[in-house]
Design a protein around this ligand. Structure first.
Ligand SMILES: [Zn+2]
Length: 308
């Protein structure tokens, strides 16, 4: 095995080139980014475009992140609501404090508050200054900045990190911070793409949507996330796979656009393409069926608790 840069999770240099990919979703540049795979189960972008945040998260990125949910989104919310109901039911306490890292305008915290009336304290930590007013309007506290710098004496019974850990440069620091933010008996719920899925293998060299290139910097398989958690003093309380239809959709549309069959560009991001929603619905049904049959689907849920 060749020697590469240090793995951002385990520090080992025994990693090799895994794939290269472009920004096929937002076309923020024509650059080709390299992904490397470490023996610890981590796949990471190298080099990390840490100084190009404003470029790789264009203004329209946030515009499409919110808005009226489509059919797939509504099905997903129903499935996730079931997960949240069970998870909240497993937590002890008269009053529950919930933190959503990367929670934006706080819509999910509002859903959670409706599911369980014991949820009386809700907090968003997010980088987006424009989401603060909306989140506060919904009755949530808000800290604008990275979670590593979120300094509080408070602790939380439930900490959400949904599709966040793959976006950060230093997942070890983030996971360590999360552990400190957990109240005794508290649970951290982490959702992240699965590099050990069928779509990740099929689209490995063809712009797999899970790369969300160049915005996903550190990606995991089940063992990789487990070792990240263990390093922070957290263990897996429960694990499940979940669907990741957009990863299939992005890979498929990128292949079609490379052949000239569809056109996507910076003015019309892939998510606005008329084929995106129908493809997404079809792949969601496919992934949900595969998940029901025990398949290792595109994304993973980890429920983490402190060791000891
Ligand atoms: Zn590693």
């Amino acid at each position: 095995m060749q020697h590469g840069p240090a793995c951002p999770v385990c520090g080992s240099k025994a990693n090799e080139v895994w794939a290269s990919a472009r920004d096929v979703e937002y076309h923020t540049s024509d650059d080709v980014y390299e992904y490397r795979r470490c023996t610890c189960g981590v796949t990471f972008i190298d080099p990390m475009p840490t100084s190009r945040l404003a470029e790789i998260y264009p203004p329209n990125y946030y515009a499409y992140a919110s808005g009226t949910p489509g059919l797939v989104e509504r099905i997903k919310q129903r499935l996730d609501a079931r997960l949240f109901r069970r998870l909240l039911g497993s937590l002890d306490g008269e009053h529950l404090r919930v933190l959503d890292v990367g929670g934006g305008d706080g819509w999910l915290l509002s859903v959670i508050r409706e599911i369980d009336p014991r949820v009386q304290s809700t907090m968003v930590v997010d980088l987006d200054p424009d989401a603060e007013a909306l989140a506060r309007g919904r009755g949530h506290d808000y800290f604008c900045g990275p979670v590593e710098t979120f300094d509080t004496d408070g602790q939380f019974d439930l900490v959400l990190l949904l599709n966040i850990i793959e976006h950060v440069a230093d997942p070890v620091a983030v996971m360590g911070r999360v552990r400190k933010l957990l109240a005794p008996g508290g649970v951290a719920l982490v959702k992240t793409p699965n590099t050990d899925s069928l779509d990740a293998r099929l689209f490995r060299r063809r712009n797999w949507g899970g790369y969300h290139c160049p915005r996903h910097w550190v990606l995991f398989d089940r063992a990789g996330l487990e070792s990240l958690a263990a390093g922070a003093g957290l263990r897996i309380r429960r694990f499940s796979y979940t669907q990741g239809a957009p990863f299939w959709t992005v890979g498929t549309l990128a292949s079609l656009s490379r052949r000239g069959a569809v056109r996507v560009n910076a003015q019309r991001p892939m998510v606005r393409h008329p084929l995106f929603s129908p493809l997404n619905a079809a792949f969601a049904a496919f992934d949900i069926a595969r998940g029901a049959l025990g398949g290792r689907t595109s994304q993973m849920f980890f429920e983490l608790e402190s060791v000891g």
